[in-house]
Design a protein around this ligand. Structure first.
Ligand SMILES: Nc1nc2c(ncn2[C@@H]2O[C@H](COP(=O)(O)OP(=O)(O)OP(=O)(O)O)[C@@H](O)[C@H]2O)c(=O)[nH]1
Ligand SMILES: [Mg+2]
Length: 194
């Protein structure tokens, strides 16, 4: 299992010149704004607020790098799809992601965080496509699972799978950053792929 200690925040990159591409594998976390990317990273790393958890959605607008166990990069991508953003900021996001995925051959694992309560959006599907294009192993995470009723669980997983057009063998893991549900499964799945 991947050693998650020590874990340190290293860099916040707002332009491609600041991206980090070295010989260490990248585990890239992407997802809609406010879906819990930072919370999932904190949960995996057993840290309260290493990746800052935003009260206001759309707080993480840069590509943030965390060095994990001295060996692996965890990358927190800026969230997408927050409606109340000015167009200039949406364009900036698009350019940043284009630059990032243009070099995506270096990505060891793509982790897409979803809100387990909702049908994925067009932008979610687009992000799945970006990971598919770069050909990296892919893991989908249905976060906020603590907010689901038992009776919703199976159908929500099926809806996510169908909307994102995931292969039968693609991993889709229920997760709760708040209740720490699914942590061992996700960390295990990442460890097996880096
Ligand atoms: N109930 C519940 N709330 C969660 C869970 N994960 C995150 N949250 C809450 O969702 C909100 C957003 O969490 P963040 O981790 O900041 O989300 P993010 O995707 O990093 O957000 P941006 O960086 O702003 O795009 C916070 O209020 C969290 O406390 C979860 O598993 N369950
Ligand atoms: Mg965040």
């Amino acid at each position: 299992m991947l050693k998650t200690d020590p874990a340190a925040f290293v860099r916040s990159a707002g332009k491609k010149e600041d991206f980090i591409w070295d010989d260490r594998p990248l585990v890239v976390f992407a997802g809609k704004s406010n879906v819990g990317k930072s919370s999932v990273i904190n949960c995996l790393l057993n840290r309260k607020n290493l990746a800052r958890v935003g009260a206001a959605p759309g707080k993480t607008t840069n590509v943030n790098y965390f060095l994990v166990g001295g060996k692996v990069w965890f990358v927190d991508l800026p969230g997408y799809g927050y409606a109340k953003r000015p167009q200039a900021e949406i364009d900036r996001w698009g350019k940043l992601m284009e630059d990032f995925f243009a070099q995506g051959g270096h990505i060891a694992v793509g982790v897409q965080i979803l809100d387990g309560r909702h049908k994925p959006t067009e932008l979610d599907r687009m992000m799945t496509g970006l990971f598919e294009q770069c050909g990296c192993p892919y893991i989908a995470v249905a976060n906020k699972w603590d907010k689901l009723k038992k009776s919703e669980m199976a159908s929500n997983l099926a809806l996510i799978r169908e909307t994102l057009q995931l292969n039968e063998d693609a991993l889709l893991l229920p997760f709760s950053a708040e209740k720490r549900v699914g942590r061992d499964e996700l960390l295990g799945a990442i460890s097996a792929r880096v």
